[in-house]
Design a protein around this ligand. Structure first.
Ligand code: SF4
Ligand code: SF4
Length: 446
């Protein structure tokens, strides 16, 4: 069961909400309005306070961790951590919900199909470049052969309930995939001012290859030598969210080994969801004496790409873009890493970009890892509301800082919006830099 069900070590004692963390909640309710599921449903048990109350009942032995209703309420949580930002008592809700999920996973029964699916997806697919490449090839054929267009035009998906909306969320396959770049080092444009390692990402190496290339180009333009540390693997964020903490620990150890081999000023990621997990390796490996210190040192080096670029001062030399842009905070960046100002500062530095602030920009768009696939109804409700707010800004471009949010917002622009462009912050910077190329620039392939 749980972690052990996918052939890993059994869950350890730490993988349950700790009493000291639960005790910090004084049940004031100041977090309720920041909670997307509570705002939608108005149900106390689907609020942060209600979920913490249920965790307390489990800790006191008055409710079973395997209770289906407990599972349902914890599962409907987006783990967006909006409540953590709103809480005046410093409740670390993200830590609590991840531990609660690990505890539920270890105690609830799983069907054979569920065990096999989880074992394949989390234990093999996400951690194997070979399998990811194969899956990417299949997706590429579907998307490029005309089959996707045909099926969308015939509206056949509508016969299968949520499939039409789910299909819109399918990540694109971007060939050439990024796996072949791993192990390479890219020289800075001009004098070297920084040495950084870039986290390539597992899904991103199939679906966001162009974003990764844009990230390298922008870092190069800002005096960085960019290394793609050999041996790096999936960061384990999806595993942590699914309660599979032992498997996430194995991945964390592999990444620490890979990135420790180099001498970097920072380990940079363009995926806020991955960044949150990478910054929490210290906590994840707290119980492992041989990795505890190394994990803390590694986490201290991790920077979101927007955070890093803002800290070194953006190089000049951008051309004008003439766009009207708004910014949707990624929950894992705003609430998980407290990075809010830096992406806005970078966007406001782009010539010709008119910035329009989005109301409730830090309220979750409904993406949340694989939440949009598991809870499509709630996810779409949140997305529809988000797109109404976006429409009110009049922006033609929606910018965010996380690939998962980009997929969700692209689906939103197509289903509920005005087909606005959806870009990552570094893609905006890359476009602006490319309007004024340097004569001796050594960029990666387009
Ligand atoms: S989590 Fe924080 S804001 Fe929410 S009820 Fe508890 S103490 Fe209050
Ligand atoms: S993490 Fe998000 S969805 Fe979950 S309780 Fe907190 S605010 Fe609500």
């Amino acid at each position: 069961m749980g972690d052990s069900s996918i052939g890993c070590k059994p869950a350890v004692q730490l993988d349950r909400p700790q009493q000291a963390d639960l005790d910090r909640c004084v049940h004031c309710g100041l977090c309720l309005n920041a909670c997307p599921t509570y705002r939608e449903l108005g149900v106390e048990m689907d609020s942060p306070r209600g979920r913490i109350y249920q965790m307390v009942q489990v800790a006191a032995g008055r409710l079973e961790a395997s209770d289906p209703s407990y599972h349902e309420h914890i599962d409907l949580c987006l783990a967006c951590r909006g409540c953590e930002t709103a809480c005046p008592s410093g409740v670390e809700y993200g830590k609590l919900v991840e531990a609660a999920r690990a505890q539920i996973e270890a105690s609830r029964p799983h069907s054979l199909i569920e065990r096999l699916t989880r074992s394949f997806v989390y234990g093999r697919l996400l951690v194997s470049p070979r399998l990811m490449r194969t899956a990417g090839e299949l997706a590429w054929v579907y998307q490029r052969s005309g089959l996707q267009k045909l099926l969308r035009a015939t509206r056949v998906f509508r016969l299968f309930g949520d499939l039409a909306r789910l299909e819109r969320l399918m990540p694109p396959a971007e060939k050439p995939f990024f796996f072949d770049q791993i192990g390479r080092t890219f020289a800075p444009a001009g004098e070297r001012r920084h040495r950084v390692a870039l986290v390539a990402g597992c899904l991103a190496s199939v679906s966001f290859s162009r974003l990764n290339e844009a990230t390298i180009r922008v870092l190069q333009r800002n005096g960085c030598q960019v290394s793609l540390a050999a041996g790096q693997t999936c960061c384990g964020a999806l595993h942590v969210h699914a309660g599979l903490r032992e498997l996430a620990r194995d991945l964390a150890r592999r990444n620490i080994d890979a990135f420790e081999a180099g001498d970097y000023d920072a380990v940079v990621t363009n995926a806020a969801g991955c960044g949150s997990t990478l910054k929490e390796y210290g906590e994840l490996l707290e119980g492992d004496p041989s990795y505890r210190e190394r994990a803390r040192r590694f986490s201290a080096q991790v920077r979101d790409v927007t955070e890093f670029l803002a800290s070194i001062g953006l190089s000049r030399g951008m051309g004008a873009l003439n766009i009207t842009a708004t910014y949707q905070d990624s929950c894992h960046l705003a609430h998980g890493q407290r990075v809010r100002l830096q992406p806005r500062q970078l966007l406001q530095a782009v010539p010709g970009l008119e910035f329009r602030e989005l109301p409730l920009a830090d309220l979750c768009c409904g993406s949340a890892g694989v939440y949009n696939v598991q809870h499509t109804d709630m996810s779409m409700r949140l997305l529809e509301r988000k797109m109404e707010l976006v429409a009110a800004t009049g922006a033609d471009t929606i910018v965010t800082a996380n690939p998962g949010c980009m997929l969700q917002l692209r689906a939103g622009a197509a289903l509920f919006g005005r087909h606005q462009r959806v870009l990552h912050v570094v893609e905006v910077l890359d476009e602006a830099y490319r309007r004024r190329p340097l004569p001796d620039e050594s960029a990666v392939a387009d």
